[in-house]
Design a protein around this ligand. Structure first.
Ligand SMILES: [Zn+2]
Length: 307
């Protein structure tokens, strides 16, 4: 069984302006490292299809979906919030990013691959049902997880979020949904200043202080995430794979390193092997220090592929 690597050249077209950290070069840094490590020989490469609007509308109201489509400029840049902007290529990129997760879910559910990594942008986990924010427009991981539930007929899926920021959008979409268990760690207090105020019973939110490094991260994963995941016994696991908790990433103040991403990937794989026939769909979220991002994704994908 192989690991799929899904991306699309249109994901490079989304451009929020010079010096914006969520830049097209992020995807190039990932490709470069993956090739340098020789992993490209072992992966199954796929072009992301554009998501259909009905697929996106399973988690976002159609009025909101249309408002994003209509906000895209013909040229120049339009800001939806101080951090989140659209260029002429943004609409194509958001459809490919969401479509990557749909294809990944189809490939994994049909056992054509064991698991999949979607190297896409824009990211998605800050996108709420009807609100673009934090570099995100549509919630890619929620769209993929909902596709697994509603099209492939699963009863239980888990979302694991190890981005340094709280996945407020995914929580907004899935809070109180008994089909979904979400586990996450995030820096707190920190953007988007959510996740700590009486979360729903299906949310395992673990706020951690600035300065958190390997030992503390691994301890909460082992003590909070893994028992909850085992009890829930998900039939597929969806990863919001952000790499901005890396020591070299100055977007935030955690001190994780590649070995931590390898370790947490192995823990998730073990749970997936127990209850989910190994099925994992992992999607890129944050990660802004280009060298650290390339190395961290390569480490994550290498573990997914058992290489
Ligand atoms: Zn982040």
């Amino acid at each position: 069984m192989t690991t799929a690597f899904i991306t699309h050249r249109e994901c490079w077209l989304h451009d929020m302006g010079a010096h914006h950290p969520e830049c097209p070069e992020r995807l190039s840094a990932i490709n470069d490292r993956l090739i340098a490590a020789g992993l490209d020989l072992y992966l199954s490469f796929h072009d992301a299809p554009p998501a259909k609007l009905e697929q996106i509308a399973r988690v976002h109201p159609m009025d909101y979906v249309r408002s994003i489509a209509e906000s895209a400029p013909q040229s120049g840049i339009v800001h939806l919030d101080p951090d989140t902007a659209m260029s002429a290529g943004t609409w194509q990129a958001v459809l490919r990013a969401a479509g990557a997760g749909i294809l990944a879910t189809d490939l994994v559910m049909s056992a054509q691959v064991e698991n999949a990594f979607c190297s896409v942008r824009p990211p998605g986990h800050h996108a709420e049902r009807a609100k673009a924010m934090g570099f995100c427009f549509f919630n890619n991981i929620a769209i993929a997880a909902t596709h697994a539930l509603e099209v492939h007929g699963l009863d239980r899926v888990a979302v694991v979020d190890f981005d340094v920021h709280h996945g407020n959008g995914t929580e907004d979409i899935f809070a109180g949904d008994p089909r979904v268990l979400m586990v996450g760690t995030f820096q707190h207090p920190f953007y988007p200043y959510s996740g700590t105020d009486a979360p729903a019973a299906n949310m395992v939110n673990v706020p951690l202080p600035a300065g958190t490094r390997s030992d503390a991260f691994r301890e909460v994963v082992a003590e909070a995430w893994l028992p909850a995941l085992r009890r829930f016994a998900p039939e597929a696991i969806f990863i919001s794979a952000g790499f901005d908790a890396h020591y070299e990433d100055d977007m935030a103040s955690f001190g994780l390193v590649e070995a931590d991403y390898a370790w947490v990937t192995r823990q998730i794989k073990a749970i997936a092997a127990e209850s989910a026939q190994g099925r994992i769909v992992s999607m890129l979220e944050g990660g802004y220090a280009l060298s650290a991002l390339g190395r961290s994704v390569t480490t994550h994908v290498k573990e997914l592929a058992d290489l």
